[in-house]
Design a protein around this ligand. Sequence first.
Ligand SMILES: [Zn+2]
Ligand SMILES: [Zn+2]
Ligand SMILES: [Zn+2]
Length: 209
Amino acid sequence: MFCRNLMDVDVGEIADELRSQDVVEVKRIMKTQNGMEESTPSLILTFNLPVSPENIKIGYLSIRVRPFIPNPRRCFNCQGYGHTTTSCSKIEVCGRCAKEGHRDANCQEHEKCANCSGSHTARSRDCPVFKKAKAILRISTEQKLFFPATRREYKKKTINSRNLVKPDVSFATATSKQVTTNLNNQPSGSYNELKNLFRCYLIKLHPIS
Ligand SMILES: [Zn+2]
Ligand SMILES: [Zn+2]
Ligand SMILES: [Zn+2]
């Protein structure tokens, strides 16, 4: 949620105030400006509820709550999305010019994105590959929020069409299989990475027990 009136209020105090509305954790989003960490008016609330409410009340204020969409993780080795440096087996490339053999810290080359070859650095928020990865996180976050309804809907469909999914397959696996099939029809190579990212997030959000 976003609230300038709470800029100077300690997150612990806000958390105490919101406990009765099933809020279990409050974090403030920080930004770095000129090497200094600064507070922003945005707060991340974690609810002990299957679906988060549309508003919360704090003092005399009623504040709108929106789902928090995290930024996709980028690998600092190959610059790709959906995995981290520790699990990367690809060749290291520069985050500024996409060439091998050096890091971006002292790079003066022309900007070229390692993910889309566009004229921006790999960390650019304007990169179409970043935007796709973010869109996928949005879908998976929303699925988490509406999970009970989605699961009922999915079960209905499965029964109606008597399709390929075995009855003992969990929702997360079943859904990622469906998505895999859909994405495989797409021509672009970067879809493979996104597909893995999506599967990885689905499993994270709905662990298979
Ligand atoms: Zn990598
Ligand atoms: Zn470079
Ligand atoms: Zn790009």
